[in-house]
Design a protein around this ligand. Structure first.
Ligand code: SF4
Ligand code: SF4
Length: 204
């Protein structure tokens, strides 16, 4: 767990650095925080609880390669076989952006097309994951008055997934959102998923 936390924090810091480099001002404050306080800064439980239109109810967030110890095909199958995550395809032809990527399943995944696809991990007005377990992309939503500002932008997500497109394209045949079998979510499976994400695989 400790190794996972340190690794995740380091990865998050890299993304924050990248954003602040673009904005031209980097704060030392984050580096001085204990792990507990560092992750508290990004979970925004109170803010999310009072949100008028929670993002998790509109669409699931996404995982990024840095959420995982490995992007090997076997390792990804080990996570995807639990039927809680899926592979989706993002495209925006106006901006020449397209990418396969991994995300939590949504309750409307089986439907042909839906604007409203609540995340299966959103229960009783909150994300069921502990602050350490939540994917990096939603952790890096920064609250501001007009809504939430993503540090991890879609351009960056597309860029970071680029080296893994062939693997994801192959897995998409089996694990695309529309292939998901049922909407029943077993709590035991969620615990298994978290364990599989946190524990470093032996081959690494
Ligand atoms: S991250 Fe922002 S938009 Fe999403 S639920 Fe929290 S406050 Fe609302
Ligand atoms: S995994 Fe958590 S943060 Fe991401 S959309 Fe689902 S409920 Fe929200």
């Amino acid at each position: 767990m400790q190794e996972y936390l340190q690794n995740k924090r380091e990865k998050m810091n890299n993304h924050i650095d990248r954003c602040y480099l673009d904005m031209g001002s980097k704060t030392k404050r984050l580096e001085q925080l204990e792990d507990e306080d560092f992750f508290d800064m990004f979970t925004k439980n109170e803010k999310c609880k009072n949100c008028i239109e929670p993002c998790c109810l509109r669409n699931p967030c996404c995982y990024v390669p840095d959420d995982f110890w490995s992007m090997d095909k076997d390792y990804l199958e080990y996570l995807l076989e639990l039927n809680l995550l899926c592979i989706d395809y993002y495209y925006n032809y106006s901006y020449s952006l397209e990418s396969y990527y991994i995300r939590p399943r949504g309750y409307s995944d089986k439907d042909e097309y839906s604007d409203y696809n609540p995340c299966i991990f959103y229960k009783e007005d909150r994300c069921i994951f502990d602050k350490y377990e939540r994917p990096i992309q939603p952790l890096l939503f920064i609250s501001n008055q007009g809504g939430c500002f993503p540090i991890y932008t879609i351009n960056q997500i597309v860029e970071d997934y680029k080296p893994y497109q062939e693997i994801l394209k192959e897995l998409y045949k089996k694990y695309s959102a529309s292939k998901m079998k049922d909407k029943h979510i077993e709590d035991e499976k969620i615990k298994t998923l978290v364990k599989r994400i946190i524990e470093k695989p032996l081959q690494n």
